[in-house]
Write a protein that binds this ligand. Sequence first.
Ligand code: FUB
Length: 313
Amino acid sequence: MAALGMAALAAPVAEAANPLFPKLFTADPSAYVENGTVYLYVGHDEATPKSPDYVMNEWRLYTSCDMKNWTDRGSPVQAATFKWAKGHAWAADITKRDGKYYFYSTVDHATIPGHAIGVAVADRPEGPFVDARGSALVTNDMTLQAPIAWDDIDPAVFQDDDGQAYLYWGNTVLKYAKLKPNMIEFDGPIQTVGMDMFTEASYLHKHNGIYYLSYSRNFPEETAYMTGPSPTGPWHYRGVIMSKNARVKTIHQAIVDFNGKSYIFYHNAKLPGGGEFRRSVAVEEFKYNADGTIPFIPQTKEGPAANPSSACK
Ligand code: FUB
């Protein structure tokens, strides 16, 4: 049944320019690449034009074999996947370990005031995902560095070549912890990273042996990044790579390599009717400089050229 349902949902989206998905408002991209396929998980902005806040109940999945043509895979995971949560399907991130896919998700906690982070797991990147713990991995009362309800958001998961996994997250204060090999418990204390003007949307990736910690800085947000020699730094600030948006204060990036090229996903509010709570995900190709730094990346209407992957099935 589940497989049939997924096949019925898999609808090709017409060849896409930016923003990528004209039928839905989408935000907070997280990209995962496997077998020549990009799996792009996004939050779904369901707010009406007059909504005074985010309305987000589910994450949506789109896939592509070439970064240009996208297939709608429906919603493989929702805030309701976590019985202890009550909505607010904010930013999320995914990784694979030992044949299973772990989806770290921001939600609101039903009984512990504030946002929280849950972990869902699936046998395939298309889902369906189930709650991997039956409880939150992070709750607001576990982190007292910022006296706000929304400081435990935007999980970013990273696995190093030695198999050690790390979770970064936070708003106002950037936090991280090592994950145990089971991926659903921390292995050691929660640490913080001291930095200027950190807002949210931390994202850790590695390229040619350099670790990159990108994030949203300032408010309205711009995308900035640091580099370091390890997944925990020490970090060296490298500058802003994408300017703030018009009509929306957030921007939330994810950076991946796909089929020999490098890409940054982000959101803006450029769909008709878009705004603060009605955002739209977009993508740009970029090339690392010879010294490993990332150039400033302008937002474009065209997006990247098609980059067909022969490994895509
Ligand atoms: O989508 C809700 C929140 O807005 C995210 O968690 C932040 O990164 C910002 O994009």
